[in-house]
Design a protein around this ligand. Structure first.
Ligand code: GDP
Ligand code: IMO
Ligand code: MG
Length: 427
């Protein structure tokens, strides 16, 4: 039965949470397949605003079951905090509807400390990570030395394993980085307590998803991060350590490609990036500042100001190919109101060469600059528009131009953070 994958088509923070909320009405189960609490997904429903880091955004819809899949890395303390926060906002967080894979990996306080230590050691070439321990946790996974969430079934034994793991991390922190060790004993006890809270949520989520799909239930795989932050397909090393692209949904959830009928790419009507690395269309002038202020472009997870720039059709075309996007959602179109002109990068210039495909080797970005197409802007406030043909003509033209440049049809356009601030396009 059908599965839809929702993918960030840029550098993260495209509005996946709000689009997942829109798609939640068309699904029975929502699953996160990669990443950890480096993600920050915002869902606004009237006066209530939810900032989700680990639990799929569908949790806000009472009828939707939520799965935290095997491809994720989980900080148990943060998950307990998030469940408590949701319960405090009146959301049902019972283990009957939220399921945590026994095969996800655990982020320990050692991973957090090592993330910070390696960033500091990189100095001016730091990645600008969220410092949530993501890289070190996936390092342990690949080295086959990680702790699995399933080990939380026995909280005492789990605490002992966390303590042993922290002692290993302490050896690195003190000997390699010359830093203070973390409090292995005290933190292991906190992890044991969190394990006792989370044990009822543990499940064989692969079998569960297959059973639910077999019963005809509709699955939405909620991506985190974005295509250009993908470990294999992003701007390495300025990437996260997981598979944010469509392949990550297959490996992270244990489903087959024939299950997937839709791949929805979410892109902002402009671009933002938080953290370091290539960003050819970045604006350092007052237009960039204007986008940051109008779009409230500050990280959901870290509060850092996001770098802002023009829409990059080269990058979007790449995202369409790498993920096999079947449709696009464009968010934050309202933020562009009031600009006389808009620019879209349609190619990159390197010397006397025009590149229409994205360079894959990051050092090559030092010598590329964007080739822009300029389109007329609009000044109307569009946040109350609900039909495509009610948008200013220049806004319609901008969207149609994106479709033509990327070669993927737009299915929805959002004109504000609220659930109803959406324009559905009928094909
Ligand atoms: P995600 O990580 O992809 O889920 O995105 P974030 O939640 O980190 O960042 C997107 C931000 O933009 C959130 O604060 C949303 O509430 C907000 N947002 C989403 N769609 C729109 C929109 O169409 N217009 C405006 N103005 N804000 C939006
Ligand atoms: P959502 O799901 C934006 C970025 C970090 C950094 C790089 C590596 O909300 O879109 P990490 O902590 O993962 O090792 O950091 O990836 N990054 C994100 N940027 N949105 C995110 O998630 C991100 N998750 C990681 O800023 O550049
Ligand atoms: Mg985010």
């Amino acid at each position: 039965m059908p599965a839809t994958v929702l993918i960030g088509a840029q550098w993260g923070d495209e509005g996946k949470g709000r689009v997942a909320d829109w798609l939640a009405g068309q699904c029975d189960v929502m699953a996160r397949y990669a990443g950890g609490d480096n993600a920050g997904h915002t869902v606004k429903v009237g006066e209530r605003e939810f900032k989700l880091h680990l639990v799929p955004s569908g949790v806000v819809h009472p009828g939707v079951r939520c799965v935290l899949g095997s491809g994720m890395v989980i900080n148990p303390l943060r998950l307990v905090e998030e469940l408590d926060m949701l319960a405090g906002q009146g959301v049902d967080v019972s283990p009957e509807r939220i399921h945590l894979s026994v095969r996800a990996h655990v982020i320990t306080p050692g991973h957090l400390a090592l993330d910070g230590a390696s960033e500091r050691a990189r100095g001016s070439s730091s990645i600008g990570t969220t410092r949530r321990g993501i890289g070190p946790a996936y390092m342990d996974k690949a080295a086959r030395t990680g702790l699995l969430t399933g080990q939380m079934r026995d909280p005492d034994e789990f605490a002992a394993q966390v303590k042993a793991s922290l002692e290993g991390a302490n050896a690195l922190l003190t000997r390699l980085y010359g830093l203070e060790p973390v409090d292995a004993e005290g933190l292991a006890a906190q992890y044991g307590a969190a394990a006792a809270r989370l044990a009822p949520y543990l499940a064989d989520t692969t079998t569960l998803l297959h059973d639910l799909l077999g019963q005809g239930q509709r699955l939405l795989c909620e991506g985190a991060q974005g295509t250009l932050l993908d470990l294999d397909h992003g701007h390495y090393p300025y990437v996260t350590s997981s598979s944010a692209t469509v392949g990550g949904a297959l490996t992270g959830l244990g489903i087959g490609p024939q299950q997937i009928t839709r791949v929805v790419g979410v892109a902002k009507a402009y671009c933002t990036r938080v953290g370091n690395g290539p960003f050819p269309t970045e604006l350092f002038d007052e237009t960039g500042e204007r986008l940051r202020n109008a779009g409230h472009e500050y990280g959901t997870t870290t509060g850092r100001p996001r770098r802002c720039g023009w829409l990059d059709a080269v990058a979007l075309r790449y995202a369409a190919r790498v993920n096999g996007l079947t449709e696009l959602v464009i968010t934050k179109l309202d933020v562009l109101s009031g600009l006389d002109e808009l620019k879209i990068a349609v190619a990159y210039q390197r010397g006397d060469q025009q590149l229409t495909a994205l360079p894959l080797f990051t050092p090559d970005y030092e010598s590329v600059c964007p080739v822009y197409e300029t389109l007329p802007g609009w000044h109307e406030d569009i946040s109350a528009v609900r039909r495509f043909d009610e948008l200013p003509l220049n806004a319609q033209h901008y969207l149609r131009r994106i479709e033509a440049l990327v070669g993927v049809p737009i299915r929805m356009v959002s004109v504000g953070p609220e659930r109803e601030q959406a324009i559905e396009l009928v094909w």
